[in-house]
Design a protein around this ligand. Structure first.
Ligand code: THU
Length: 142
């Protein structure tokens, strides 16, 4: 991906920090998911008093996208930090990696972990979820 395109995803992810609902952890996360057709779906984390129903920013973005008909994705940018202060990378949790595995090519899907417009690292889904279990594993092979 070109740097300009990466930076616009970083901007979109950072803008979502304002909407993070984090009364329990105070750890804000923002995500911006780029679909194959160029549309960007954003997400923030949304916590819950019962803790378990909390939703990560990445899954918010994926579920918004899929619920609006998108099924193919190029990249996601993730930012996060305590009270929304960005000083470290925020890698996606295991559940979110598995959701990515459902809809994305492990070799092609890019995960951009950013601290700012100029400090970021790019991984493939395969880097972060080697030998993942996906839809292909359910296909009959015999
Ligand atoms: N969180 C995310 O939104 N994405 C991640 O990949 C890591 C964790 C959220 C969940 C919870 O609201 C807070 O960060 C602290 O775990």
């Amino acid at each position: 991906m070109e740097k300009e395109q990466i930076q616009s995803l970083i901007d979109a992810a950072i803008a979502m920090l304002d909407f993070a609902y984090v009364p329990y952890s105070h750890f804000k996360v923002g995500a911006a998911l780029l679909a194959e057709d160029g549309r960007v779906y954003t997400g923030c984390n949304i916590e819950n008093a019962a803790y378990g129903p909390s939703n990560c920013a990445e899954r918010t973005a994926f579920f918004k996208a899929v619920s609006e008909g998108a099924r193919q994705f190029r990249a996601i940018c993730i930012v996060g930090g305590p009270e929304g202060a960005l000083s470290d990378l925020t890698p996606p949790c295991g559940v979110c990696r598995q959701v990515m595995m459902e809809f994305c090519s492990p070799e092609a899907f890019e995960i951009i972990l950013a601290v700012s417009r100029d400090m970021y690292q790019v991984y493939t889904l395969k880097d972060l979820l080697p030998m993942g279990f996906g839809p292909g594993n359910l296909e009959e092979t015999l």
